[in-house]
Ligand binder design. Sequence first.
Ligand SMILES: Nc1nc2c(ncn2[C@@H]2O[C@H](COP(=O)(O)O[C@H]3[C@@H](O)[C@H](n4cnc5c(=O)[nH]c(N)nc54)O[C@@H]3COP(=O)(O)O)[C@@H](O)[C@H]2O)c(=O)[nH]1
Length: 794
Amino acid sequence: MNLSPMPLAVLVVDAAGIVTSWNKACEKLAGYGAAEIQGMPLLHIVEFADPPDAQPQLAARAEAESDAVLKCADGRRLPVRVMVAPRALEPGPASSFSVIVIPQPGQFPARYALIQDLPVADIVEALPCVFYVIDPSGHLLLWNRLLEEALEMPADELPTAKVEGFFDARDREVVVDNIRRAFEHGHSTHEAVLVGKHGKRTSLLFQCARTTLGNVPVVFGTGLDITVRKQAEHGLQVRERAIYSSLNAIVITRCEEHEHRIEYVNPAFERITGYTLAEIKGRDPRFMRLDGCDEDERQRIRMALKRNESVRAVLRNLRKNGEIFWNDLRIDPVVNLDGEISHFVGVINDITEARHYERRLHHLAHHDPLTGLANRTLLQERLRQALEGAAQKGTTLALAFLDLDNFKHINDHFGHDAGDAVLREVAQRLRAGMREDDLVARMGGDEFVLLLCDPTSRAQLADLVERIRLAIMAPLRVDGQEILPGTSIGVALFPDDGDTPEQMMRAADAAMYHAKTMGKNNVQFHSAELNQIVHAYLMLEANLGRAIRERELVLDYQPKVDLRSGRVVGAEALVRWRHPVEGTIPPDRFIPVAEETGLIVPLGEWVIEETCVALKSMAAHGLDDFVIAVNLSARQLRQRQFPERLGQTLRRYGVDPRRLELEVTESQLMDQPDEARDALAQLKALGVRLSIDDFGTGYSSLSHLQTFPVDYIKIDRSFLGDVGHDGHMVITRAIIALGHNLKLQVIAEGVETREQLAFLRAHDCDQMQGYYFSPALSRDALQDLLARDTRLPD
Ligand SMILES: Nc1nc2c(ncn2[C@@H]2O[C@H](COP(=O)(O)O[C@H]3[C@@H](O)[C@H](n4cnc5c(=O)[nH]c(N)nc54)O[C@@H]3COP(=O)(O)O)[C@@H](O)[C@H]2O)c(=O)[nH]1
């Protein structure tokens, strides 16, 4: 080992205490040459202070400090302290020792005497920091390799460059100031960034001191590379600013023995909660909790904190002003440099607005916007829950489907605003009739549903539903006009009619359909037979459209006979459905379905076209005064474009309008007499004939009757039923007289017996129609009958 650069005096001795080597500092201190000392026993030059008889072996002095005297070459006895260090890394007896000799205080040689031989240049080069010497002109006189590396400049370029140019422009003024201060006051300290020739940036902490080289005052010093620390500091600052500026509230708690105390909250926390850091520092963050709420979430947080785990929870907290806010909270443990969890950081996201919005959306998704009632989705959810609950508890449940009667008519006649007002009022009436636990829903259009939990008995349920029906029937005024709503109600019961939502809905729907077909405005309970009826009805509905398209419908014609001449003067066209499987289906089974579904419009158009074909064919056979009557449905009559379309059809087929008769029932006319009168007037203007069918059943007032532009009235066949029945005969006679008074021809329908015929003839009725003469015939059969000029016998 080369001991020469060491400033301490060190001797190396073997286990026997013989000097094997020593350093320059030792030479200087004791004044011996190397050759003199080599091989000398240590005790010849070092005299330990302890008495000779108690002197321990050298090994025993290891790691201990002893007072001694160094016997110098010039005879001086220098008081010293001696340290003996075994020269072995492993434990066990050492084979040699380092003996460090340190002069006692006050005995030290001049400070630099020990180091004057040290290689200063090497030391400066090896310094772990930048070294520099600057002259008063601001140029470098001396520097080390680290400075060259930082400046990315070769040694020969450095002396000519001014020092301030080595720095970042922002630091130059400070640098110059600090160099000047060191010249003036002897020292200065500053941080600055050195910028290398190729852009390398090094942050340095400069320590400057003044000295003189010869006569030249200089500033010299070191620059410690603090780039890494600066970057770390910068990173910390950025993170601190980020926490400070975060829109999410951040709370940092210190955790000590499972206690959590607030140490820091950022401005967003202060803004969201209303509490300042000063107010809540040291408190447990749970002081914001809302008692009695979100217990499960809070329990999850407690468990996670106990296990030092991250946790996310959504709970309600209280702001300082007492307001509740929804807190989407994320808590994470913070590990310190020792790997221990010292803190927790909580990020609070105020999701109150989002929650409200979510709730609103949820409400919108589950409620009908017009009435505020539950919608189909919510009904299905609640029905499922209610069925599960009832099954568990063994209770009953009722589901009632309500469909407003003639709602389309309300809309068409009073306008959509009035329709909406009716729906809102009906919703209100339904709500008023329900208990807290029951549910009222609107399925869309004019369909409502009631979910009635655990009705006490079927009779009471029937009573309740009937009261609801009556409540809905109460007149209401919209824009000064009186509207009379009505409803058909179908009821299904759990467990009798189904035990799944789908079965219950189907059963209630079927019962409601049945109520419709039973003449509307009534209540029907579901039953097995009803199911079949409704099934058949629905099948009919599904197949009728196809029947029209596939031409499965046919027209038969029932002859009408002039009672005076006995001649066939016309016929009534009656539609039949030749069903490929079920055979002939009579019109009174499918016409109401067609009415209900709107299919009556295309069906009615087809009937008129078919009648035109028949009339054209008859005209071709010379029967150009023959009249065919067709039945008009209420919907057809209400259609605004109907008269125009009829005119086009007649023209297209080249049919004389006087050959076509349109039959409209008395009740259709009396439903809305003013509208009916206008519609009839337009039809009359085309030139067609008009008759009032089923006369006597629709309670028309004479004043109305006078104003309808019709040609015939047809006495309803119920009045002819029993000729011996006084009341019927009186009515029939009166209708004939009334018709003649109004200059109308009177037709009797459903004539089945000779007695009826005789009665009609006796009372001067104009025409008859009925099985007595002929049932409805095919077109060919009718043409045959006409060709043979078959007449009614006298
Ligand atoms: N809108 C449309 N309605 C139509 C059309 N075709 C028929 N209908 C209506 O269907 C109802 C039933 O008609 P239908 O089963 O054809 O019965 C008619 C006759 O067959 C029957 N009739 C005729 N004579 C007698 C008789 O002596 N006795 C007796 N018991 N019944 C008899 O009466 C029905 C005709 O009635 P009406 O229309 O009132 O003249 C019926 O309401 C038809 O209107 C159509 O194309 N469109």
